[in-house]
Write a protein that binds this ligand. Structure first.
Ligand SMILES: [Zn+2]
Length: 285
């Protein structure tokens, strides 16, 4: 599943291609979108803005509608010049938005809904900008309150809750805990307020560093090695712990551990020596 930084970059690229320009063609294989477009044609409207909210991508049209998409595991948006060959088969096409310069195609986008400003506010699945670690209006104090409300849960699981902190995905979860020296299996209630505050700041910093204009698609949290030069290089080379089970910790040399965690059975990586439990207990990898 794409992490928040990936959606952020997609939104930025889509915004460059679409924002401020009139739509010339809108079509979709989804009946609800087609019906909306029949009643209120998108063609002729301007794209006002494309924005990321956590893992959701929002395309705002001047007629008041907002197309809300979520990629889940399979979906992606591509941007093509007119006449350029698509990199996926036509049968994967779900949504097309064209203007005079570009053709943007949503391939296998599993969630696509048209919202009004009101229905967007009411929809609890879509995070407010204040919850998004990449948003300029992110509110860290409110985020601390939301994290603290999950005192009985393990911190790495809580970092993944999109209604607590939007934009943190499974890779960043492990990386944030390592950078802060927090054991991912530690309950939130066993952390100090300062630790929670620092973890939230680390989330902003690490996810934010991966949406810089020249950052590639590979997540980078560990800058100790040479700058990545090829796209084929192992993604785990640019990370502290994620994907590094059995390899030496970059700080202490202990072997990195891996374990399935939480109700959604997501994989977690950590270093037991650098990230001890507060009570000194061992967590098996
Ligand atoms: Zn270590």
């Amino acid at each position: 599943m794409p992490e928040g930084d990936t959606i952020f970059r997609t939104a930025r690229s889509m915004g460059r291609a679409l924002a401020g320009k009139p739509v010339t063609v809108f079509r979709s294989t989804y009946p609800l979108l087609t019906r909306f477009n029949d009643d209120t044609p998108i063609a002729g409207q301007l794209v006002e803005r494309v924005e990321a909210r956590g893992k959701w991508l929002l395309i705002r049209f001047s007629g008041g509608g907002t197309l809300v998409t979520h990629m889940l595991m399979s979906g992606s948006w591509h941007i093509y010049r007119h006449g350029e060959r698509w990199q996926q088969p036509r049968t994967n096409m779900r949504i097309v938005i064209e203007n005079s310069d570009f053709v943007t195609v949503g391939f296998r986008v599993p969630v696509a809904e048209m919202h009004t400003a009101q229905s967007l506010l009411r929809d609890r699945r879509i995070p407010n900008p204040e919850m998004d670690v990449l948003s300029s209006t992110f509110n860290a104090e409110e985020a601390m309150r939301r994290v603290a409300a999950h005192g009985n849960e393990e911190i790495a699981d809580v970092l993944l809750h999109q209604e607590v902190l939007a934009g943190v995905g499974n890779v960043f979860k492990s990386e944030i805990c390592f950078v802060m020296g927090i054991n991912p299996f530690c309950r939130v209630s066993a952390l100090t307020l300062e630790q929670v505050r620092a973890a939230i700041a680390a989330a902003q910093r690490l996810v934010g560093a991966n949406v810089l204009v020249d950052s590639g698609d590979t997540i980078v949290t560990y800058g100790g090695r040479q700058r990545r030069t090829t796209h084929e290089s192992d993604p785990s080379e640019s990370l502290w712990v994620y994907g590094r089970k059995g390899e030496p910790c970059r700080k202490c040399g202990d072997l990195i551990r891996r374990r399935i965690q939480g109700p959604d059975a997501r994989v977690t990586f950590w270093c037991q020596r650098c990230q001890p439990m507060p009570d000194g207990s061992d967590v098996d990898g």
